[in-house]
Design a protein around this ligand. Sequence first.
Ligand code: ADP
Ligand code: ADP
Length: 215
Amino acid sequence: MIRFDRVAKRYPPGIDALSTLSFEMAAGEILVVSGHSGAGKSTLIKLIAAIEQPTSGAVLVGGRNVGGLARSALPFLRRRLGLVLQDQKLLFDRSVFENVMLPLAITGFPPKEATQRVRAALDKVGLAAREKALPIALSGGEQQRLAIARAVVSRPALLLADEPTAHLDAETATDVARIFHEFHRAGVTVLIATYDGQLFPEARTLRLDHGHLVP
Ligand code: ADP
Ligand code: ADP
């Protein structure tokens, strides 16, 4: 599903975020990328989503080199990915339901099936009863679960999350981690960048240290 082949990423003016990183992830796996702040975890996720391009090496997702993807091919990749990113904001003037509907509305999904999909996604993250609420009325954990529902509503084969349990108390973080495990058990390939790998006991762990894989 994912293959990094000697991937390096250097940001201007010369910060090496990742150095000759190679690893593979099979379809159906759950993988945690852990490491200190600045280790390169976010960069790894952004390379998979083609938000950043590698300086050298190849990033393959489903057999395609996403580092070299033409701009026109990006929507094709993004529809296959569910992204829960740190800087991805919810729409605070729209209801919970509308926030999850948005990705389907953009792709012109038939409304009736879209409504069923949104309700199924909200149900899976435990927000079925909150569909009319505005995000501002949700707790931190509920907002994070809303972001997960929005990421999975297109039924992506691959779910990527960057620090999905940051700023949550221990109990709420455990709840959110459990949701990722449930998607994994349902057949979704799940990759999570987190400083707290212990929250994901079923996952294989890759540890990064200053852009290098810790053996
Ligand atoms: P992590 O997610 O593990 O905290 P990051 O991938 O965010 O690590 O960052 C790795 C390194 O790359 C850090 O030194 C960070 O400061 C640097 N970095 C990340 N993004 C940028 C950017 N857009 N421009 C310059 N440096 C960056
Ligand atoms: P339903 O048929 O009621 O939609 P599913 O179990 O097939 O029930 O899926 C429920 C929801 O789970 C989907 O609408 C979607 O939001 C989410 N989901 C995300 N990725 C997947 C996946 N790969 N397989 C199944 N469900 C997924």
